[in-house]
Ligand binder design. Sequence first.
Ligand SMILES: *Cc1c(COP(=O)(O)O)cnc(C)c1O
Length: 338
Amino acid sequence: MASIKLSREALVHNLDIIAHQVGGKDKIAVVLKDNAYGHGAEMIAEAASQYGVTQAVVRLEREAEQIADFFENILILGQVATFVNPKFSYAVNSLEEISSYPCGARVELKIDTGMHRHGIHPSQLEDAFALMAQLGLVCIGIMSHYRSADTLSSEWFWQRRNFDEVKTRALKLGQQYGWSLRFHIANSAGTFRTAQCNDDMVRVGIALYGCLEMDDTLPQPALKSVLSLWGNKIATRLLKAGERIGYNGIYEAQEDEVVSTYDLGYANGLDRLASNRYATPSGAILRGRISMDCASFSTDSETLMIFNNANEYARAVGTIGYEILACLDKNLKREWSI
Ligand SMILES: *Cc1c(COP(=O)(O)O)cnc(C)c1O
């Protein structure tokens, strides 16, 4: 059966690099949304917690409940609280949203420092604090998000400045309302963008999984990819010169060629756009169209590692490693390799 293998050694290696970068494990929040970027939320949660990470970030309450035992606090990015849990905090994405929260909910105010997707405008800070207090919410943090920390431009600098201005005002408001606040803005790229981490926490996703890509001129941490995707052989055959394989016969053997079909297809997350244009790290070439549940390669090996770094598969498709990872089939077997 096709499977996903995870390297604990790579994960710990990446956590060491991140902890060193930010000045301690206690500043790390691991981002485990969307099944921990396809890796398997519970497995990564358990390993990160064992390493000493106490903070996590997910999208939904359901995801937070699944990993609640492993962390001291879990930040939920994409859902208004439906109940109050002393371990959960919720990102508030607009001023209007505040009134939907139940009394006692712990929230973190998302500030729009320039990305303009969601978050309150810096000018709404005072109103937001007043409203949260009036409704009996507990604000535990102020957060934002960089839109291009991975690219060399002035973008990072002005967003950073906007956040620092908000920070100064929010600290005063926090004292006024009796809330002790934590501040965080950096994703993985933001974490490695500067030598010094002046915030209380960083939210690392892609760096944890070892697939961070930054502009060539920016820092390049030596991270290791955690996930590899493996297929098992269904059948082998000899294609005679001139024979074609798979749907619509888009690949024609130029000479006699051994090909095998493996038990992974686009339903498992093998993006179909890679059809006929991808080679595995061992040099097996994808032949013909990727089917729903299988794909053919120029090899007869019993098991085949499709990729051990999602960024490489992503390049064949014209997307980013994040998308390849996040779209991996939830039902694939996941296991630690080393
Ligand atoms: C997904 C996400 C992150 C993690 O981003 P990476 O680039 O994977 O490190 C951090 N913060 C928020 C708000 C996110 O949605």
